[in-house]
Write a protein that binds this ligand. Structure first.
Ligand SMILES: Cc1cc2nc3c(=O)[nH]c(=O)nc-3n(C[C@H](O)[C@H](O)[C@H](O)COP(=O)(O)OP(=O)(O)OC[C@H]3O[C@@H](n4cnc5c(N)ncnc54)[C@H](O)[C@@H]3O)c2cc1C
Length: 292
C-alpha cells in the first residue's frame, strides 16, 4: 500500500473541486484498512474517507491528515437460495456496477439506484435513495473496521437509518463491505423499473459536474422547489453556479473553487430562510475545517 504526499483530489470528486491531500492512500484489502485504522489511533492522524466523491465538497487548499480512497476495494460475490439472494460487495464498488450485476443475475430491489453515482460505501453513509426507496431497504449487514483496527459486523438493525442519514456516516469506522438481500424477478420487470427511475433523472443536471443535491428536503416542500421560488436558479459566483435545470444542484461550469461554492450555499440558505423561515439542512458533506 503506497502512501502518496500532496496528492490532488479534484479528480476524485464528481464536482471536480478539491485541493491537495497531505497524505493519500488507496487500500486494496481488509488488512490495509486495518493498518490504516491502527495508524489513525496510534498517531492521532485525521482521516477522511472518500468513495466516488459524488456527495462531498472538499474545502481549502490542503486537507491535513490522510485521505483514504476506497476505489480499489470493489470485489463482489453472491450466494443464497432461489427465494432470496445475498450479494456481498466491498465498499468501493460503484453503485452502478452493483446494479449491473443485480440486473444480469435477474435480481430486483436496487432499480431505484439507477443513475445514482458513487460507491456502495458512500451510499451506506448517506442512505442514498429516491422518494420511497433507499439503500437501507436491501441491506442485511455491514462490516466496518473501527479505529484501532477491529473488524465488526453490524446487522441492519444495529445501524440507525433515516432520510439521507445513517449512523455509519457519523462514526470514524471505515466501511469494508456489506451483504444485500435481493429477490429474483422477471428481467422485463427489472428493465421497466430501471427505465422508470432513469426517466425521473431528466429533471437533474446529470451531465454537469455537481455533488448531487446540496440540501435535504424539508418536511413540506422539496428543497429544489423552495430554492427556485426564492430566485436561486442561475445564481453564480466565479465558476460555481446554481443549476438552471434544478435549483438544488450547484454545478462547476469551469474552474470553480470551494470558497465560491460555499458562498453560494450560504446565499441560497439565507434567501430561503429570509423568505420562508425554513432553515435548509445540508445533504452534501463538507470536508475540511470550515464550520457551516
Ligand atoms: C448527478 C448526481 C445525482 C445524484 N442523485 C442522487 C440520488 O438520487 N439520491 C441520493 O441519495 N444521492 C444522489 N446523489 C449523491 C451521491 O451520488 C450519493 O450520496 C452517493 O451515494 C455518494 O457515494 P460516494 O461514494 O460518491 O460518496 P462520497 O461522496 O465519496 O462520500 C460521502 C460520505 O461517505 C463517506 N464514505 C464513503 N465511503 C466510505 C467508507 N467506505 N467508509 C466510511 N465512510 C465512507 C465519506 O467519508 C463521506 O462522508 C447524486 C449525486 C450526483 C452527482
Amino acid at each position: 500500500m503506497e502512501i502518496k504526499g500532496h496528492f490532488p483530489l479534484a479528480l476524485y470528486t464528481t464536482m471536480g473541486v478539491g485541493g491537495l491531500a497531505e497524505f493519500f492512500v488507496a487500500p486494496r484489502s481488509l488488512q490495509d484498512i486495518i493498518l490504516i485504522q491502527k495508524y489513525r489511533s496510534g498517531e492521532g492522524c485525521p482521516v477522511n474517507v472518500i468513495g466516488g466523491g459524488s456527495n462531498l465538497i472538499i474545502l481549502g487548499d490542503v486537507l491535513s491528515g490522510l485521505v483514504v480512497s476506497t476505489l480499489e476495494m470493489c470485489q463482489i460475490s453472491h450466494a443464497g437460495s432461489s427465494e432470496r439472494k445475498e450479494i456481498v460487495c466491498e465498499a468501493g464498488l460503484p453503485l452502478k456496477s452493483l446494479l449491473g450485476r443485480a440486473i444480469s443475475e435477474e435480481l430486483s430491489g436496487l432499480e431505484f439506484a439507477m443513475g445514482i453515482p458513487g460507491t456502495v460505501g458512500g451510499a451506506l453513509c448517506g442512505n442514498a435513495g429516491v422518494p420511497g426507496f433507499s439503500v437501507s431497504d436491501v441491506i442485511n449487514w455491514v462490516e466496518v473496521v473501527k479505529p484501532g483496527g477491529t473488524l465488526a459486523r453490524l446487522g441492519k438493525n444495529d445501524i440507525g437509518w433515516g432520510y439521507r442519514y445513517s449512523s455509519l456516516g457519523n462514526s470514524e469506522d471505515i466501511i469494508y463491505r456489506c451483504g444485500l438481500v435481493l429477490v429474483p424477478e422477471e428481467p422485463e420487470k427489472i428493465r421497466d423499473n430501471c427505465q422508470y427511475w432513469w426517466k425521473k433523472r431528466e429533471q437533474q443536471p446529470y451531465t454537469d459536474r455537481s455533488a448531487g443535491c446540496i440540501f435535504k428536503n424539508p418536511e413540506k416542500h422539496s428543497a429544489g422547489w423552495l430554492l427556485e421560488r426564492c430566485g436561486c436558479k442561475g445564481m453564480r459566483k466565479g465558476d460555481a453556479m446554481v443549476s438552471e435545470r434544478h435549483a438544488n444542484f450547484i454545478i462547476n461550469v469551469g474552474h470553480a473553487v470551494s470558497e465560491d461554492i460555499l458562498w453560494l450555499i450560504r446565499q441560497c440558505r439565507t434567501r430561503v430562510y429570509e423568505k420562508t423561515g425554513i432553515m435548509l439542512e445540508l445533504e452534501v458533506k463538507l470536508v475540511g475545517n470550515e464550520i457551516f
